[in-house]
Design a protein around this ligand. Structure first.
Ligand code: NAD
Ligand code: TYD
Length: 356
């Protein structure tokens, strides 16, 4: 490994794999990816870099402290970018245990082992070390229609087992800065979409169902609002925070695209009408089916990225129109990837959640 290595956890998941690909395309230093490969982890996302000498993959659990300790001592990373998590709200409603294990206990284990490794570094390396924790806007809870967007000073009010577990991990990260001086940074980002997203989340699920003529499930009245960000913009924001963020600070990252779920679904359908006029059911929007709401469903999220813009000079590059077009095109062009991820455990999940 070259010096200046960084360690990424959860790099075989959706955002992590986009991050690894972007990192290797834009930076010169090397990267180690520690991922347990749960249902959401897919090494095929990284096949393009599997022969890159700067990339190394290690299958393992962030809760395995011995493994993490050895990895840190052996590879001496200058930074850890912590993506690994259970990430799907609906799954957290059906079975919260894994969320507490990985998101809370796993983050705690990683912090403890990072602290032990970091304490043993020479002063110069200790000062430049970074632990960047990747979190979500969902920790702030739900907004009313006229409330201002979440800022870094908004009080935490998580509503789902997923967001509560992420909030707990954010608090631990904060405590390691204040108590031990560990050089931490936290990013809280809004809803991502783009290539390699597992099709249990809204955007890829709608694309897949629409292409194959299956009902498109919209929860409740479809009026819930999310702020959508193209995944490459999120990855650039993380690289910016890593390079220039102030330790101990948190940074909110949003796409500046507040949209109702039904608008997102209709945009995907009309894009597919253009790109796939010969699909089994066209226009695709006739497949939309309103289904019972998610329990405790947050009504609205909105992120202010003002601090990212003023302090670090970051802004998203994509509008929703440009990002969603690229995304739909990617799924249309990557049928083998879709077939690869929609077998086995995926089918089981769809049967449990949607009975369809
Ligand atoms: P994902 O579910 O697609 O990927 C998670 C990855 O973590 C998978 O590769 C999985 O195998 C790995 N993993 C899970 N448990 C592990 C463990 N115990 N040890 C090692 N690896 C483990 O998730 P994502 O959408 O890529 O999200 C990545 C991070 O970004 C998460 O921390 C999530 O909370 C956060 N985030 C996601 C979004 C979003 O819209 N997807 C928005 C804001 C923040
Ligand atoms: P999701 O992609 O699960 O992200 P999150 O819950 O983290 O915001 O869901 C995005 C929105 O879409 C959310 O309001 C729930 C809604 N949704 C549906 O209407 N139907 C679905 O099948 C899914 C998965 C989500």
């Amino acid at each position: 490994m070259q010096p200046e290595t960084i360690l990424v956890t959860g790099g075989a998941g959706f955002i992590g794999s986009n991050f690894v690909l972007q990192w290797l395309a834009s930076e010169s230093s090397s990267i180690i990816n520690l991922d347990k490969l749960t249902y959401a982890g897919n090494p095929a996302n990284l096949s393009a870099v599997s022969h890159d000498r700067r990339y190394r993959f290690l299958q393992g659990d962030i809760c395995d402290r011995e493994l993490v300790a050895e990895l840190l001592i052996t590879h001496r990373p200058r930074a850890i970018i912590h993506f690994a998590a259970e990430s799907h709200v609906d799954r957290s409603i059906h079975g919260p245990d894994d969320f507490i294990r990985t998101n809370v206990n796993g983050t705690f284990s990683l912090l403890e082992e990072s602290r032990a490794y970091w304490s043993g570094l020479a002063k110069k390396e200790r000062d430049s070390f970074r632990f960047l924790h990747v979190s979500t806007d969902e920790v702030y809870g739900s907004l009313g229609p006229d409330d201002p967007a979440f800022t870094e000073r908004t009080q935490y009010a998580p509503n789902s087992p997923y967001s509560a577990s992420k909030a707990a991990s954010d608090h631990l990260v904060r405590a390691y800065f204040h108590t031990y001086g560990l050089r931490v940074l936290t990013t809280n980002c809004s809803n991502n979409y783009g290539p390699y997203q597992f099709p249990e989340k809204l955007v890829p699920l709608v694309i897949l169902h629409a292409m194959s003529g299956k009902a498109i499930p919209v929860y409740g009245d479809g009026q819930n609002v999310r702020d959508w960000i193209y995944v490459a913009d999120h990855c650039e924001a993380i690289r910016t925070v890593l390079a220039r963020g102030r330790t101990g600070e948190t940074y909110n990252i949003g796409g500046g695209n507040e949209m109702k779920n039904i608008e997102v679904v209709e945009t995907i359908c009309s894009t597919l009408d253009e790109l796939r006029p010969n699909d089994p059911v066209v226009p695709h929007k006739v497949l939309i089916k309103f289904v019972p709401d998610r329990p405790g469903h947050d009504r609205r999220y909105a992120m202010s990225s003002a601090k990212m813009e003023s302090d670090l000079g970051w802004k998203p590059r994509e509008t929703f129109a440009s990002g969603i077009r690229k995304t739909v095109q990617w799924y249309v062009d990557n049928q083998p990837w879709i077939e690869n991820v929609t077998s086995g455990s995926y089918r089981q999940w769809m049967a449990t959640q949607y009975s369809m």
